[in-house]
Design a protein around this ligand. Structure first.
Ligand code: SF4
Length: 246
Protein backbone atom coordinates (compact mmCIF):
# COMPACT_ATOMS: atom_id res chain seq x y z
CA UNK A 1 0.00 0.00 0.00
CA UNK A 2 1.23 3.48 -0.83
CA UNK A 3 2.12 5.46 2.26
CA UNK A 4 2.04 9.23 2.66
CA UNK A 5 3.82 11.20 5.35
CA UNK A 6 2.72 14.77 6.02
CA UNK A 7 5.56 16.91 7.39
CA UNK A 8 4.49 20.35 8.62
CA UNK A 9 7.77 22.20 8.75
CA UNK A 10 9.91 20.65 6.04
CA UNK A 11 13.59 21.56 5.64
CA UNK A 12 13.17 24.87 7.57
CA UNK A 13 16.74 26.04 6.86
CA UNK A 14 16.92 24.37 3.46
CA UNK A 15 15.29 24.03 0.07
CA UNK A 16 11.66 23.94 1.20
CA UNK A 17 12.06 26.72 3.77
CA UNK A 18 9.54 25.18 6.18
CA UNK A 19 6.85 24.46 3.61
CA UNK A 20 4.45 21.63 4.41
CA UNK A 21 5.38 18.55 2.38
CA UNK A 22 3.96 15.10 1.70
CA UNK A 23 6.56 12.38 1.27
CA UNK A 24 5.33 9.42 -0.76
CA UNK A 25 6.52 5.82 -0.62
CA UNK A 26 8.75 4.48 -3.38
CA UNK A 27 6.17 2.09 -4.89
CA UNK A 28 4.93 5.18 -6.78
CA UNK A 29 8.28 5.73 -8.53
CA UNK A 30 8.18 4.66 -12.18
CA UNK A 31 10.24 1.58 -12.99
CA UNK A 32 11.33 3.30 -16.21
CA UNK A 33 12.74 6.37 -14.41
CA UNK A 34 16.25 6.89 -15.74
CA UNK A 35 17.42 8.34 -12.42
CA UNK A 36 16.93 4.95 -10.78
CA UNK A 37 19.81 3.63 -12.84
CA UNK A 38 23.15 3.95 -11.07
CA UNK A 39 21.19 5.46 -8.16
CA UNK A 40 21.31 8.89 -9.80
CA UNK A 41 18.26 10.20 -7.88
CA UNK A 42 19.04 12.63 -5.06
CA UNK A 43 16.46 10.90 -2.86
CA UNK A 44 18.76 7.90 -2.31
CA UNK A 45 21.13 9.96 -0.17
CA UNK A 46 21.64 11.71 3.14
CA UNK A 47 18.72 13.39 4.92
CA UNK A 48 16.36 12.91 1.99
CA UNK A 49 16.92 9.18 2.19
CA UNK A 50 16.23 9.20 5.94
CA UNK A 51 13.03 11.22 5.50
CA UNK A 52 11.90 8.87 2.74
CA UNK A 53 12.55 5.78 4.83
CA UNK A 54 10.58 7.39 7.64
CA UNK A 55 7.65 7.94 5.27
CA UNK A 56 7.75 4.27 4.24
CA UNK A 57 7.77 3.21 7.91
CA UNK A 58 5.29 5.60 9.47
CA UNK A 59 3.26 7.07 6.61
CA UNK A 60 -0.54 6.75 6.44
CA UNK A 61 -3.04 5.78 3.77
CA UNK A 62 -4.67 8.27 1.39
CA UNK A 63 -7.92 8.75 3.36
CA UNK A 64 -6.02 9.59 6.55
CA UNK A 65 -3.72 11.94 4.63
CA UNK A 66 -6.74 13.91 3.41
CA UNK A 67 -7.89 14.29 7.02
CA UNK A 68 -4.46 15.52 8.09
CA UNK A 69 -4.32 18.05 5.26
CA UNK A 70 -7.36 19.83 6.68
CA UNK A 71 -5.21 21.02 9.60
CA UNK A 72 -5.28 24.82 9.75
CA UNK A 73 -1.64 24.98 10.84
CA UNK A 74 -0.16 24.12 7.45
CA UNK A 75 1.70 26.43 5.07
CA UNK A 76 -0.04 28.31 2.21
CA UNK A 77 1.68 26.18 -0.42
CA UNK A 78 2.41 22.48 -0.15
CA UNK A 79 5.18 20.42 -1.77
CA UNK A 80 4.01 17.08 -3.08
CA UNK A 81 6.56 14.25 -3.01
CA UNK A 82 10.07 15.61 -2.35
CA UNK A 83 10.62 11.87 -2.83
CA UNK A 84 8.15 9.53 -4.49
CA UNK A 85 5.70 10.45 -7.25
CA UNK A 86 2.03 10.87 -8.10
CA UNK A 87 -0.45 8.27 -6.77
CA UNK A 88 -0.31 4.99 -8.68
CA UNK A 89 2.05 2.02 -8.73
CA UNK A 90 5.29 2.37 -10.69
CA UNK A 91 4.70 3.76 -14.22
CA UNK A 92 0.92 4.07 -13.73
CA UNK A 93 -0.90 7.21 -12.63
CA UNK A 94 -3.96 6.33 -10.55
CA UNK A 95 -6.43 8.44 -12.51
CA UNK A 96 -9.18 8.75 -9.88
CA UNK A 97 -6.80 9.36 -7.01
CA UNK A 98 -4.82 12.05 -8.81
CA UNK A 99 -8.05 13.81 -9.73
CA UNK A 100 -9.19 13.70 -6.10
CA UNK A 101 -5.78 14.80 -4.86
CA UNK A 102 -5.49 17.93 -7.00
CA UNK A 103 -9.13 18.82 -6.29
CA UNK A 104 -8.43 18.70 -2.55
CA UNK A 105 -5.06 20.47 -2.77
CA UNK A 106 -6.58 23.22 -4.92
CA UNK A 107 -9.28 23.75 -2.32
CA UNK A 108 -7.15 23.58 0.84
CA UNK A 109 -4.00 25.41 -0.26
CA UNK A 110 -3.09 28.56 -2.16
CA UNK A 111 -1.23 26.20 -4.50
CA UNK A 112 1.14 23.26 -4.67
CA UNK A 113 4.47 22.19 -6.10
CA UNK A 114 4.26 18.84 -7.88
CA UNK A 115 6.40 16.92 -10.38
CA UNK A 116 6.14 13.55 -12.05
CA UNK A 117 8.62 11.23 -13.70
CA UNK A 118 5.92 8.82 -14.89
CA UNK A 119 5.91 8.32 -18.69
CA UNK A 120 3.46 10.42 -20.71
CA UNK A 121 2.40 9.90 -24.33
CA UNK A 122 3.89 12.41 -26.76
CA UNK A 123 6.70 13.32 -24.36
CA UNK A 124 8.51 10.13 -23.35
CA UNK A 125 9.65 7.15 -25.35
CA UNK A 126 10.07 4.91 -22.31
CA UNK A 127 7.29 2.83 -20.80
CA UNK A 128 4.44 0.95 -22.49
CA UNK A 129 2.54 3.06 -25.02
CA UNK A 130 -0.87 2.09 -23.52
CA UNK A 131 0.33 3.22 -20.10
CA UNK A 132 1.68 6.47 -21.51
CA UNK A 133 -1.69 7.20 -23.10
CA UNK A 134 -3.58 6.40 -19.90
CA UNK A 135 -1.23 8.64 -17.92
CA UNK A 136 -1.81 11.50 -20.32
CA UNK A 137 -5.58 11.18 -19.92
CA UNK A 138 -5.16 11.17 -16.13
CA UNK A 139 -3.00 14.30 -16.26
CA UNK A 140 -5.38 16.12 -18.60
CA UNK A 141 -8.37 15.41 -16.37
CA UNK A 142 -6.50 16.45 -13.22
CA UNK A 143 -5.22 19.65 -14.84
CA UNK A 144 -8.75 20.68 -15.73
CA UNK A 145 -9.54 21.12 -12.02
CA UNK A 146 -6.07 21.98 -10.76
CA UNK A 147 -5.05 25.41 -9.48
CA UNK A 148 -1.36 24.62 -9.96
CA UNK A 149 1.08 22.99 -12.38
CA UNK A 150 1.84 19.30 -12.53
CA UNK A 151 5.40 19.49 -13.82
CA UNK A 152 6.73 16.83 -16.13
CA UNK A 153 10.26 16.11 -14.87
CA UNK A 154 12.28 15.85 -18.06
CA UNK A 155 15.68 14.26 -18.56
CA UNK A 156 16.51 16.11 -21.76
CA UNK A 157 15.77 19.33 -23.65
CA UNK A 158 13.93 17.30 -26.29
CA UNK A 159 11.49 15.95 -23.69
CA UNK A 160 10.97 19.39 -22.17
CA UNK A 161 10.30 20.90 -25.58
CA UNK A 162 7.73 18.22 -26.40
CA UNK A 163 6.04 18.77 -23.02
CA UNK A 164 5.71 22.53 -23.55
CA UNK A 165 4.59 22.14 -27.16
CA UNK A 166 1.76 19.96 -25.84
CA UNK A 167 0.82 22.57 -23.25
CA UNK A 168 2.28 20.95 -20.13
CA UNK A 169 4.64 22.52 -17.62
CA UNK A 170 8.10 21.02 -17.41
CA UNK A 171 11.38 20.99 -15.54
CA UNK A 172 14.73 19.59 -16.64
CA UNK A 173 18.26 18.95 -15.39
CA UNK A 174 21.39 20.83 -16.46
CA UNK A 175 25.00 19.73 -15.88
CA UNK A 176 26.61 20.77 -12.60
CA UNK A 177 29.14 22.95 -14.47
CA UNK A 178 26.39 25.23 -15.82
CA UNK A 179 26.72 28.84 -14.60
CA UNK A 180 24.17 30.81 -16.67
CA UNK A 181 20.59 31.82 -15.92
CA UNK A 182 18.85 29.30 -18.16
CA UNK A 183 19.03 27.41 -21.44
CA UNK A 184 16.65 28.04 -24.34
CA UNK A 185 14.59 24.96 -25.22
CA UNK A 186 13.28 25.15 -28.79
CA UNK A 187 11.11 28.27 -28.82
CA UNK A 188 10.79 28.33 -25.02
CA UNK A 189 12.85 30.07 -22.37
CA UNK A 190 14.56 28.21 -19.57
CA UNK A 191 15.21 29.66 -16.12
CA UNK A 192 17.48 28.16 -13.53
CA UNK A 193 15.63 27.33 -10.28
CA UNK A 194 15.44 30.47 -8.20
CA UNK A 195 17.12 28.87 -5.20
CA UNK A 196 20.08 27.94 -7.43
CA UNK A 197 20.12 31.06 -9.57
CA UNK A 198 22.51 33.33 -7.72
CA UNK A 199 25.31 33.03 -5.26
CA UNK A 200 23.90 35.96 -3.24
CA UNK A 201 22.44 34.69 0.03
CA UNK A 202 21.63 31.16 -1.19
CA UNK A 203 20.82 30.21 2.41
CA UNK A 204 17.87 32.62 2.36
CA UNK A 205 16.37 31.21 -0.84
CA UNK A 206 13.80 28.46 -0.72
CA UNK A 207 10.60 27.31 -2.39
CA UNK A 208 8.73 29.14 0.39
CA UNK A 209 9.96 32.57 -0.72
CA UNK A 210 10.35 31.84 -4.44
CA UNK A 211 8.31 33.82 -6.97
CA UNK A 212 7.18 36.60 -4.58
CA UNK A 213 4.41 34.53 -3.07
CA UNK A 214 3.74 32.18 -5.98
CA UNK A 215 6.61 29.66 -6.35
CA UNK A 216 7.70 29.30 -9.97
CA UNK A 217 7.17 25.53 -10.04
CA UNK A 218 3.56 25.93 -8.90
CA UNK A 219 2.65 28.21 -11.83
CA UNK A 220 0.37 26.46 -14.27
CA UNK A 221 0.78 27.31 -17.96
CA UNK A 222 3.88 29.42 -17.33
CA UNK A 223 5.33 28.66 -20.79
CA UNK A 224 8.96 28.28 -19.74
CA UNK A 225 11.07 25.50 -18.31
CA UNK A 226 12.39 25.51 -14.74
CA UNK A 227 15.91 24.09 -14.89
CA UNK A 228 17.81 22.42 -12.07
CA UNK A 229 21.59 22.34 -12.00
CA UNK A 230 22.79 18.86 -11.03
CA UNK A 231 24.14 18.91 -7.49
CA UNK A 232 24.63 16.65 -4.52
CA UNK A 233 26.16 13.22 -4.14
CA UNK A 234 25.46 12.01 -7.69
CA UNK A 235 26.17 15.12 -9.72
CA UNK A 236 29.16 13.51 -11.46
CA UNK A 237 27.07 10.49 -12.41
CA UNK A 238 24.27 12.71 -13.68
CA UNK A 239 26.71 14.83 -15.72
CA UNK A 240 28.02 11.69 -17.37
CA UNK A 241 24.56 10.29 -18.02
CA UNK A 242 22.77 13.48 -19.14
CA UNK A 243 23.28 12.90 -22.89
CA UNK A 244 21.89 9.39 -22.63
CA UNK A 245 19.13 9.84 -20.05
CA UNK A 246 16.48 9.76 -22.73
S1 SF4 B 1 12.13 27.37 -8.94
FE1 SF4 B 1 11.29 28.05 -6.99
S2 SF4 B 1 9.60 26.64 -6.56
FE2 SF4 B 1 10.86 25.69 -8.16
S3 SF4 B 1 12.29 24.36 -6.99
FE3 SF4 B 1 13.32 26.35 -7.34
S4 SF4 B 1 12.91 27.54 -5.48
FE4 SF4 B 1 11.41 25.84 -5.52
Amino acid sequence: MTRYKLVKNSQPGGKLGGMTAVWVSSDTCPKTCKLREEESCYAYFWNTKKAWENAERSGVGFAKLVELMRDAGLSRFIRWAPAGDLPGDADRINHGRLFKLVTILSRLFAGFIMYTHKPVEGIHKRGHHMQRKANRRALDDALRVSSSAINISCDSAAEAERALELGYDATMILPSSYTGSGVVVGRFKGRVCWAQSSAAHPERKSCSNCGRGVPWCSRKGRGWVVQFIAHGARKTTINRRLPILN
